[in-house]
Every structure is written in C-alpha cells, then in structure tokens.
Design a protein around this ligand. Structure first.
Ligand SMILES: Cc1cc2nc3c(=O)[nH]c(=O)nc-3n(C[C@H](O)[C@H](O)[C@H](O)COP(=O)(O)O)c2cc1C
Length: 212
C-alpha cells in the first residue's frame, strides 16, 4: 500500500538533534522542487531560499539561533527569505513569466496585474513584507512533507535573530528578509529527546467548528 499524506504527517516531527550525515543531492533537489510547487497568494512566490552547506556559515548562524543543535548538525540548512516589499518589477516579472509560459495574454489577467500593482503600491514596505513573510510558511510545509517522504528529518525554526541572519547572508542588499530556517538531515536517536515521545495535538472538537 502507498504511504498516504496522513501517514507522512503522522511520521514527521520537529527533529531536535541531527547526526551530521549528508543527505543526497537528488533528495535535496526534490525537496526544493516541493518548495517551488507550493501555492502562494496570487502566485507571486515572494521569497527565495538559500541552501547552506558551508559548515562555518552554519556555525555562525547557530550562534544567533538559540544555539539549536540541528543548525550545525544538519546536512543542508534552508533559509527562507521573503521579499522586503512588493515592487512593480517583482509583480510584473511574475505576470510576464505567466504570459510567456502560457503563450497568451488575457484581458482579465492583465486587469488583475493592474489591481495588484495598485494594491501593493498603496501599502508600505513593512505591510508588504509581512504579507510576503506569511507566504513562506506554505513552502515550509511542502518541504517538511517531501522530506519525511524521502525518509529525511527536518526542523522548522523561527527561533533565530532575523536581523543578525540578514547580515550574515547579506539579505537586505538583495531586497530580502529572513523568515524561517529549515535544517534538513538525519535524526540522532541518542540525543533527540523528542524522537520517542507521542505526538500531541488538541482534539478535533477544540479545533473544528462545523456550520451546516
Ligand atoms: C513556524 C514554526 C516555528 C518553529 N520554531 C521552532 C524552533 O525554533 N525550534 C524548534 O526546536 N522547534 C520549532 N518549531 C517546532 C514546533 O515546536 C513543533 O512543530 C510543534 O511543537 C509540534 O511538534 P511536531 O512538529 O514534532 O509534531 C517550530 C514550528 C513551526 C511550525
């Protein structure tokens, strides 16, 4: 029987200690493809991903990220960085790309382009960044799900100083701001205190309200 998405969601956990073992590049490529395929608001994909394998850079990041073990003991450290603003160039790039790939222009689509240019143009950069930052949580989930399907562990992380990380990677100069870390690697079963603990989730009736 094929593994279902629910099986993968049950198997995934936020790995607390990794063992330094390398993950094959083909697996990393498929995890990155899962990120690329994630949906985003208006399809703008307002973020970039940095893949860090340089051990010195990982150690430097660990220091500004609560000293979390997986950052240095992972194989590949992914850094999600959102656009610092929605500029006309960035919006137009995605609309032009869509027209190029689909091979036609559409009146409704062009009207939507103008609507977005006006919407984001009317908001300040911070509000636009906050919107872009929210989009990065969607590919984060795609990446974690693909990773566990590949038999690889990961740890979603907001526990770091984003201003310091932006400096380490020179993100502000690129018009980006860091939002999330995702170390990818293999669990260290001896050191990982979470590995054998039961997953805790609130019951359905605390989560879902049906309006029939
Ligand atoms: C956006 C986000 C940020 C998180 N930040 C951290 C973090 O900095 N360090 C950490 O060890 N876990 C972090 N976690 C993991 C959560 O604590 C964990 O997902 C949650 O307790 C549920 O446990 P599970 O993922 O093992 O099922 C984060 C999770 C998410 C979704």
């Amino acid at each position: 029987m094929n593994t279902s998405t629910l099986d993968l969601l049950k198997a995934r956990y936020a790995c607390k200690a990794m063992n330094g073992q390398k993950v094959e590049e083909e697996i990393i490529e498929r995890i990155l493809e899962a990120i690329r395929l994630a949906p985003t608001s208006s399809g703008l994909q307002p973020f970039e991903v940095f893949v860090i394998t340089n051990q010195e850079v990982k150690e430097e990041i660990k220091k500004i990220a609560w000293n979390q073990q997986p950052i240095a003991a992972c194989s590949h450290l992914l850094v999600f960085a959102a656009w610092d603003d929605y500029t006309p160039e960035r919006i137009n790039y995605m609309f032009d790309l869509t027209n190029d790939i689909r091979g036609f222009k559409n009146e409704g689509w062009e009207a939507y382009r103008q609507q977005l240019l006006s919407l984001y143009g009317g908001q300040n950069a911070e509000a636009n960044f906050q919107h872009a930052a929210r989009q990065t949580y969607i590919p984060l989930m795609s990446a974690m799900t693909q990773a566990i399907e590949e038999g690889v562990d990961s740890t979603p992380m907001e526990g770091f100083d984003p201003v310091a990380l932006d400096k380490i990677l020179g993100l502000r100069e690129k018009g980006l701001r860091s939002t999330l870390l995702l170390p990818i690697g293999y669990r260290d079963v001896e050191k990982d205190w979470l590995v054998n603990l039961v997953k805790v989730r609130k019951p359905m009736d605390h989560l879902v309200t049906r309006v029939d």
